[in-house]
Design a protein around this ligand. Structure first.
Ligand SMILES: *[C@@H]1O[C@H](CO)[C@@H](O)[C@H](O)[C@H]1NC(C)=O
Ligand SMILES: *[C@@H]1O[C@H](CO)[C@@H](O)[C@H](O)[C@H]1NC(C)=O
Ligand SMILES: *[C@@H]1O[C@H](CO)[C@@H](O)[C@H](O)[C@H]1NC(C)=O
Ligand SMILES: *[C@@H]1O[C@H](CO)[C@@H](O)[C@H](O)[C@H]1NC(C)=O
Ligand SMILES: *[C@@H]1O[C@H](CO)[C@@H](O)[C@H](O)[C@H]1NC(C)=O
Ligand SMILES: *[C@@H]1O[C@H](CO)[C@@H](O)[C@H](O)[C@H]1NC(C)=O
Ligand SMILES: *[C@@H]1O[C@H](CO)[C@@H](O)[C@H](O)[C@H]1NC(C)=O
Ligand SMILES: *[C@@H]1O[C@H](CO)[C@@H](O)[C@H](O)[C@H]1NC(C)=O
Length: 599
């Protein structure tokens, strides 16, 4: 047995964890973990700690439920925030499921005919101690950027004692996520093992806002699809899930005070997110330390309102020259100087915002791609003159933001409101950039907090080619039908993006983080998983670990690639249909798929 073990050690696995921790050392001792391992959850520092609970073991679990499925862990209290206790409880259950039921045998990461570790007189993990160093604040699951400390330390001794310490329950979650990534399934033994003991990790995020934006209006996704995306985000230590829930093409969000919005505006009356669905999604995110941020994009991208309230929308569905009035068909925008629109928005916000308040501190009011020409057909304005429109847009946004604030939320807007419309925005408003690094520099230059997500790097939809159909008379002009943001953004391109690129040192603190974007014109439930994963994980590592390594150099693809392949295997084991990024050959044979390697 001894000789088998040492043979194995000579070829032990690479670093394993994604995103890469700030400080990480490990050995090469194999230790095992069994399902009856006990978790101890203590509050307070060592020596002066209350044991909160030691009842976590498999008799309490339902380990065979898949991610995205409905299970007992998703019991949602009515309109209440998850507490820090809920968060830790949920994370412990996920940890069991991930290590014992959603794990994989790592043959791809070893040469042919590798020696899998054998059990023998192995060491088993005796306990996993979760040490919450401070009592969690009330709003632990809905902080503003930076309000919750997500740092953690993880120690795993050769003797099999594991300790995860953090200042918040969300930090404990991040530490447990890392912990699960140390372990592999075995092909014949009913326990999991790590070959990296002892392990010592001290970790914290670089950016406070680390998100994925999913457009669920161009195509409809089920609650299960969205939950699966949230789970994958959480597993990549992302802490924001931006739900772009309405757009010009459909309005799938049920608003009980305005029932026709989704009855008529959804693609089909049953392709909606009911009040219960929406609550379940928000809870599911929050309990994993992920804030679901809802966006109702306005005043552009609203033509689906015309199916129920035609008088509120100007320039609706102009054909065939829709492109004079909008970026996409159907054209249409909320009227800009209309008391009926104000009344409508009052009703919408009064219904919706209290239902998001338990789960987030933010509300996104959109504001991208507003087409001035549409207001020539707006009978409350009849003009495309910026001098006429700008003050009306200022009033429109001020009114909306005042209402958002009065309900206790912080507004987020797209960059155009600041940079193209020259609006004066409140200091609290977070400005989300998508067009360029120069835009980010301008936003922070104006003193605003910024979210990055440059479309040339972090748009996951790019490179699929056009979705518009071209008449034979013009088709040749568009050949070979590339989309505006081609080519497809390979994970390496996503990984090469530095959110601080072009931002002067003195303004870098205003870059809260960023989001990868999944616009869904050509993505539906069939290809969702592979369009998002594992590429969004590349953005997740940049946001958690930073674009530069500890020596200030650009992070190396050669270091990242096998770890990302491993994350991909873990996502697949969780039930997420993530794409491969390489052939097994490259992983099995180590350095043979590299170019220009200098060591
Ligand atoms: C598992 O938890 C149950 C309920 O608290 C307890 O009775 C049982 O002894 C525990 N088993 C182990 C192996 O800790
Ligand atoms: C883990 O917690 C248990 C129960 O409080 C305690 O007996 C044990 O010594 C702790 N182990 C470590 C490594 O802190
Ligand atoms: C969260 O709680 C902290 C401490 O109690 C408080 O300072 C902060 O304003 C709260 N934030 C939100 C968004 O409620
Ligand atoms: C917890 O907070 C303290 C400061 O109060 C800090 O030194 C430490 O790094 C934080 N994180 C962890 C995991 O202890
Ligand atoms: C815009 O034009 C229409 C039609 O000519 C007219 O009825 C309306 O009063 C005009 N609106 C404004 C604000 O001038
Ligand atoms: C806005 O509407 C009011 C009437 O509701 C009208 O008096 C005013 O001229 C309009 N403003 C513009 C710029 O058209
Ligand atoms: C914003 O300012 C720029 C530069 O001064 C100007 O070109 C643009 O027309 C303004 N936008 C609006 C909507 O007033
Ligand atoms: C690091 O990456 C940036 C892109 O983020 C690139 O512009 C720069 O040239 C790279 N630096 C080196 C030394 O390769």
């Amino acid at each position: 047995m001894k000789s088998l073990l040492s043979l194995f050690l000579a070829i032990s696995l690479a670093a394993a964890i994604w995103p890469i921790p700030k400080e990480y050392t490990h050995g090469d001792t194999v230790i095992w973990i069994k399902e009856d391992v006990a978790f101890y959850w203590v509050v307070g520092v060592a020596g002066n700690a209350d044991v909160k609970s030691d009842v976590y073991n498999r008799s309490l679990l339902h380990p065979h439920s898949a991610v995205g499925g409905k299970d007992e862990d998703d019991q949602v209290p009515h309109n209440a925030s998850p507490t820090g206790d809920h968060v830790i409880d949920y994370a412990i259950k996920q940890t069991y499921k991930t290590i014992f039921h959603r794990n994989f045998v790592p043959w791809k990461f070893h040469p042919r005919n590798w020696d899998e570790p054998q059990d023998g007189e192995a060491t088993y993990i005796s306990c996993i101690n979760l040490s919450l160093l401070k009592n969690h604040p009330e709003n632990v699951t809905k902080p503003l950027a930076g309000e919750v400390d997500e740092s953690y330390t993880l120690e795993l001794t050769k003797e099999g004692e594991a300790t995860i310490s953090a200042n918040s329950s969300v930090g404990i979650v991040r530490g447990l996520t890392t912990f699960t990534q140390l372990f592999f399934a075995h092909s014949s033994i009913d326990s999991a093992y790590t070959s990296l003991a002892p392990v010592s990790i001290s970790d914290a995020p670089t950016f406070q806002h680390r998100g994925l934006n999913l457009d669920v209006a161009r195509n409809y996704f089920s609650v299960g699809d969205i939950k699966r995306m949230i789970d994958a985000c959480a597993y990549n230590k992302m802490n924001r899930f931006h739900l772009h829930v309405t757009d010009g093409q459909s309005w799938p969000l049920e608003i009980p005070a305005l029932p026709e919005l989704s009855e008529k505006g959804a693609y089909r009356p049953d392709l909606v997110y009911t009040v219960d669905d929406f609550r379940e999604l928000q809870w599911h995110a929050a309990v994993q330390g992920v804030q679901l941020i809802t966006e109702i994009d306005m005043p552009g991208h609203t033509s689906s309102i015309a199916y129920s309230y035609p008088d509120l929308i100007a320039a609706f569905n102009i054909q065939p020259n829709w492109d004079t009035y909008a970026a996409e068909p159907p054209s249409g925008t909320l009227k800009l100087n209309s008391s009926a629109v104000s009344a409508f928005l009052d009703t919408l916000f009064a219904d919706l915002l209290p239902r998001i308040l338990p789960y987030t501190s933010y509300f996104h009011t959109g504001g991208d791609e507003v087409n001035k020409m549409a207001y020539t057909l707006d009978n409350t304005v009849n003009s495309s003159d910026p001098a006429v429109l700008q003050p009306l847009m200022q009033k429109f946004v001020d009114r909306n933001h005042d209402q958002v604030r009065s309900l206790g939320l912080t507004p987020i807007v797209w960059e155009e409101m600041l940079l193209d419309w020259n609006l004066t925005l409140g200091e609290d408003v977070v400005v989300q950039s998508w067009q360029s690094d120069e835009a980010v520099a301008k936003i922070v230059g104006a003193g605003h907090k910024a979210l990055v997500g440059n479309y040339e790097y972090w748009y996951l939809d790019c490179g699929k080619g056009q979705w518009l159909d071209f008449d034979p008379s013009v088709a040749a002009n568009y050949w070979p039908y590339n989309d505006y943001c081609a080519p497809f953004h390979n994970w390496r391109l996503i990984y090469s993006y530095d959110p601080l690129s072009g931002v002067p040192l003195e303004s870098q603190h205003l870059v809260l983080g960023g989001e990868a974007h999944m616009w869904a014109e050509q993505t539906d439930p069939v290809n969702l998983d592979r369009m998002v994963w594992p590429r969004a994980a590349a953005a997740a590592e940049v946001l958690w670990s930073g674009a530069k390594d500890a020596e200030g150099r650009n992070r190396s693809q050669i270091d990242a690639s096998p770890r990302l392949s491993e994350m991909r295997e873990r996502l697949v084991a969780m039930g997420v249909g993530a794409e491969p990024i390489q052939m097994p050959y490259c992983l099995m044979e180590g350095e043979r798929c590299q170019v220009g390697y200098t060591g």
